[in-house]
Design a protein around this ligand. Structure first.
Ligand code: ZN
Length: 233
């Protein structure tokens, strides 16, 4: 089983389209999305449509639930709050109901899929460093847990994080962000997980950043949300 794991699309249909095109060439068995389909970018409806028409299973991110009205977002940054309000108006009732219906995790024998952290999926904790991940390994039984949320691609390992992965190890892998990378590399990011040989390859994809930024500005969303795309922070 080969799974393309994508996350944090954030309404960036330009990035998602380029990523789906690359995934097509890799011909995995399926695609799983770790949430934050919407929020920040100017094409949330198109991103929801692309996920659904491609039959991509998705779990819920905090922005999805804020837009759906089921998660308070007073603690979001000012530009994130503005984007939540804008996105809510841009989606149909049916699309918001779809977002509200997303599960918090997908649990399988080989991997756990969750938006933020495996120890408390509802709390949306940020796992930036090894110390943040250290509390989390006992929270899941599988050898690997895939997360998003920080928009920074990284691999944590209980006994070290070097490749190749060991089936007997315990890992938390952040698959990075499709639509708003924050690890200094502005290219869209995703991971191809191969259960057969227990490998997880990081793939970066160029996309039309100018187009995505222009749509954000034309929509009247905060300009900073467009500017950050070209620097990847
Ligand atoms: Zn996010």
């Amino acid at each position: 089983m080969r799974t393309a794991v994508i996350s944090d699309i954030h309404g960036n249909a330009d990035a998602l389209t380029s990523v789906l095109r690359r995934i097509d060439t890799l011909a995995p068995d399926r695609i799983i999305c770790l949430g934050d389909i919407v929020g920040y970018g100017a094409e949330p409806g198109e991103c929801v449509r692309l996920l659904r028409t491609n039959g991509i299973a998705s779990i819920a991110g905090n922005h999805d639930l804020a837009v759906a009205g089921t998660l308070p977002y007073h603690n979001f940054s000012s530009s994130a709050r503005t984007a939540v309000d804008w996105t809510r108006d841009a989606l149909t009732d049916e699309e918001r109901t779809f977002l509200a219906s997303l599960p918090m995790t997908i649990a399988e024998p080989t991997a756990l899929y969750v938006h933020a952290s495996p120890d408390a999926p509802d709390d949306f904790r940020y796992l930036f460093y090894d110390e943040d991940a250290a509390d989390c390994y006992d929270a899941f039984a599988q050898p690997i847990c895939f997360v998003g949320h920080t928009h920074r691609q990284i691999l944590f390992g209980r006994d070290g994080s070097s490749h190749p992965l060991q089936r007997t190890g315990k890992y938390i892998m952040n698959v990075g962000s499709v639509g708003q990378p924050r690890d200094g590399d502005p290219r869209a990011c995703f991971v191809l997980f191969n259960e057969g040989n227990f490998s997880a390859d990081v793939i970066r994809v160029e996309y039309d950043i100018q187009s995505a930024g222009r749509k954000i500005i034309e929509a009247g969303l905060p300009v900073r949300l467009a500017e950050r795309l070209s620097v990847g922070i």
